[in-house]
Design a binder for this molecule. Structure first.
Ligand code: 48N
Length: 354
């Protein structure tokens, strides 16, 4: 068996064939493309998968669950959710939208255990556009130096000269989500939509929420009133497309807190990604905009299927939120941080990673 597979690989995937586009497109010269040799990886993977997996710690031939009452399951879910709703009714930061920018913001912000974060995501499945690369392909391209964020997360990639390629976008999204959701100071409210903002004396002070399915069906029956969540800072990462695309900045415009939402411009990867990071900011007092929503508000170009700007914009939004909370951050010059703040920053990173 193994010899047949090896001969298949050696016949079908010599290095030369990896550089020939089937449409006779531009040849990738072997010198500037370091593609790991499929043969050796395949051999490793084959040999690893062909050794018998270690047996599970129970007998699969006679498996029996411990008994439970149905009401206990209901009480466990209800008690936890209601406790979370109570806890986060008034919180430090609400992040609206759990796409790559929102998740990167939540990951960076939650390193400080003193900051309580609620992520509100209208979809049942958080992740936004980061489950796939472009045109529903799997691979995710991230331009350097944003690959250093992937290093911090422990996400593997193929490395080229100026960029890296994560073999499946879901590897990034599932990894960052698993890490930030494991932190005590983060709560994800998915299948929940932000329908409006709380605004007091010109400052955004929280969000107005409802079950996403209710938000999508207000015109099917009247008076399905929303709930509220107060926050010291709101980070809007609502993206640019989908049923709720850019809802944060559109609401700011409709209530007159900003005078226009220009809409993103045509695609230009090189200008778009730098602009998104540069323009990530507190757009109105109490509300920071990050990710593709920045392109919507400022009319920056779109970048298409490269994701580094989402990650770095999200990280920058996190430090803008820390600045707004008066906590140590990486967007204020270090000189402004008092010695005790720098000490606190160092200690909080240690605690978050302990
Ligand atoms: O992934 P998105 O849409 O947004 P970003 O900014 O995190 O990442 C954008 C990125 O995926 C691209 O679009 C790439 C780089 N392409 C660019 C291009 O040129 O085409 O995530 C936004 C999330 C989604 O999951 C939405 O469901 C959610 O936000 N959302 C909301 N959730 C709750 N309440 C709302 N009002 C709301 N609005 C959006």
């Amino acid at each position: 068996m193994a010899s047949t597979i090896t001969s298949f690989l050696s016949a079908k995937t010599t290095k030369a064939s990896l550089f020939e586009s089937s449409f006779k497109g531009t040849q990738l010269t072997p010198s500037n493309v370091s593609i790991p040799s499929v043969r050796s990886n395949a051999k490793q993977n084959l040999s690893a998968s062909m050794s018998a997996p270690s047996p599970p710690p129970y007998d699969l031939r006679n498996f029996k669950f411990d008994p439970i009452r149905e009401s206990i399951v209901s009480r466990e879910m209800t008690r936890r959710y209601m406790t979370d709703m109570n806890t986060f009714a008034d919180t430090d930061v609400v992040i609206v939208g759990a796409g790559s920018a929102g998740l990167s913001c939540a990951y960076e912000l939650s390193k400080d255990p003193s900051v309580q974060i609620a992520i509100i995501e209208q979809s049942v499945s958080p992740g936004g556009g980061a489950w796939l690369g472009g045109q529903l392909f799997s691979a995710m391209v991230v331009r350097k130096p944003a690959h250093l964020f992937l290093d911090e997360l422990g996400v593997a990639y193929d490395e080229l000269d100026n960029y890296v390629v994560v073999k499946h976008a879901a590897l990034f999204t599932s990894t960052i989500m698993s890490k930030l959701l494991a932190r005590q100071n983060v709560k994800l409210f998915n299948a929940v939509a932000v329908e409006d903002l709380i605004v007091k004396n010109g400052r955004v002070g929280g969000v107005v929420t409802n079950w996403a399915l209710v938000s999508m069906n207000h015109d099917t029956q009247s008076c399905m009133d929303p709930n509220v969540m107060e926050a010291k800072v709101v980070v809007s990462s609502c993206g640019h497309d989908g049923p709720f695309g850019a809802t944060g900045v559109k609401r700011l415009k409709s209530i007159g807190l900003i005078d226009r939402v220009s809409g993103m411009k045509a695609l230009d990867m090189n200008s778009a990604e730098d602009a998104i990071v540069r323009l990530t900011r507190e757009v109105v007092p109490g509300m920071i905009v990050t990710g593709m929503e920045v392109a919507e508000i400022d009319g920056a170009s779109r970048m298409g299927p490269t994701f580094g700007a989402m990650m770095i914009s999200g990280q920058k939004a996190a430090h803008l939120a820390l600045k707004s909370l008066g906590l140590p951050n990486a967007v204020e010059t270090v000189q402004k941080m008092q010695p005790e703040m720098i000490l606190a920053a160092a200690e909080s990173v240690e605690t978050a990673d302990a």
